[in-house]
Design a protein around this ligand. Sequence first.
Ligand SMILES: [Zn+2]
Length: 419
Amino acid sequence: MLKEVSAKRIETDIRKLVSFGTRNTLSEQDNPTRGIGAARHWIFAEFQKISADCGNCLTVEKQSFVQPPTENRRVLQPTTITNVVATLRGTQNPDRIYVVSGHYDSMCTSPSDGKCDAPGANDDASGTAAVIEMARVMSKRKFDATIVFMTVAGEEQGLLGATYFAEQAKQKQLNIEAMFTNDIIGGVTTFKNSPDRNSVRVFSEGVPSNETEQEAATRRSVGGENDSASRQLARFIKETAEIYSPKFRVMMIYRRDRYGRGGDHIPFVERGFTAVRFTEPNEDYDHQHQNVRTENKKFYGDTIEFVDFDYVANVTKINAASLAKLALAPTRPKNVVLANRLGNDTELKWEMGAETDLAGYEIVWRETTSPVWTNSIYINKVTDYLIKNMSKDNYFFGIRAVDKDGNKSPVSFPKPVRN
Ligand SMILES: [Zn+2]
């Protein structure tokens, strides 16, 4: 599958997106060649073409809503915002959903300027093209769980499209097990010689944004600030990349997002979903959120010549491998608890997964100062396990599910329970 990811097709798609002149959320909705309406129309048609090529395996939808004026004054009058969404239904557990996203809107210097040229080649035609390319390659295969390929708008006005999707998902109680946002993954050519060139940053929060006071108090008492579900997802992506992308690696960043910046994963984590952000390691601020211009002999603008298509393809491959692993593996174990009682053994309990191809579980552990899981043992299809002579006070423990083909879920971190 990864061999089929094409830097050439990604380039063609980014060029097409740039050709709409601007994709600002406040730009024209009904001009056939310029503005966000033209871009949306093209993305929708592209997803439909991909679906036609896989025997209509995708459900392609426009999710529109009218955004009232926002407090940040980036939307001044009611504006229609549209997410374009293509869903590949899972064959075994269709209710379990993984979302991969990029934002197709763009901006120049001012987020509320719908007229200026805003090519947005890197921010975020790169992420949008990655999502479309994943839809092409992955729709040729079958997965146990459902994968949603999503492109959203209104990101630059305050994560509006993603917020709408996440809120709808929460209200409908959709089981979104993980969400990736790809935003600024163009690998700006100005940093071709950077030491971090062959890597992509994956941002994950350590303490869940939506946890209650009581959950926070428990977390403080036994540690776990580094063990949210989003952090486990980041570790899962890193482990997957180590297998399938040995030369292009994941740089895990243990923070929700960059200083003073945000992204489409945030409305998801705020609603209790598990989500991470993919972004290139070196951003070039002369080539994002800038009016296209030359000033004092210096060129500014997010234009196509600063995008490295091979780089985008490498990030796309890590996304696709991770999504495939997630959607093939069993779901991560639920209601995992650690028996909170005096003693030098450690006991974990959890709920049995419902998948028919579930084979067993793996208990994982690490030193409390280790950034990643370092050890594991396989155990059978049981719902509790006593780890003899290893104190819960001295290590962090977790558990993941394994299917008959050896696909492993992300790790679940236990909650302490007195018993
Ligand atoms: Zn962006």
